[in-house]
Design a binder for this molecule. Sequence first.
Ligand SMILES: [Zn+2]
Length: 259
Amino acid sequence: MDPLSIDNPPDIITAKAAAIHEAMLRESRQMREPSFRVIGTDDLARLFRLYDEQIFAGWLSRTVTEKAAGPVIFRLSSTMSRAGGKTIEHRHMNADGSRHIHFEIAIASRLLFMTFGDIDRPVIVCGVLCQDRLQAMQRIMEHEIVHLIELLVWGKSSCAADRFKMLASRLFGHSQSTHGLVTPRERAAVEHGIKVGNWVEFEFDGVRHIGRVNRIHHRATVLVEAADGMLYSDGKRYQKFYMPLPMLKAVGTGTATDR
Ligand SMILES: [Zn+2]
């Protein structure tokens, strides 16, 4: 079984993905519903194994065993706030100077849990419309599996490149490399009405500040003009605050406000 020679027709892709979806709900101890509320790293290992068995006839785990020092390590990331997943090749030096590698696949559990929650909109992952959290996770795992295949065969991988797109399309019917999950940025915009670029007001150490939202991750980065602050590319000096979103109040979107 050579994954590079697989060219699955759309009905086979849909049928296999549905069978894996069913098997996950049947076999997982934690995932009780398609938009599961609890997930473990053993579920990622299970999902990977199901794909390996049902689509690659074991090629993935066989090739990983050949090339790496151990099986793929799976991780659920509650901090990844942009990418839906990540496949990493770790290189290590042995005591005798020789090298070994191992692979890691991380899935952004935080984004999955934000999606199919209170923000109700169509969710398109890798160009495929998903109906539930498990389907979205499958698309992300599929995407990461293509990264793994490229790393195993060519030693490098890029989902912006044509080779990746062709493989992802033939194997899984993906038409895009983007995930379309709800991100902290979108959630903040919907929940708190706060977007990057907005002027906000907040209190810090008893002092009221007004500044501009520069970035939204777990918290918002707010830049407040200050004579003793850091010099930024717009020629002004700012003090930087990392603020929890609920502590911010939007103060309109115009130009600088008097303090
Ligand atoms: Zn990618």
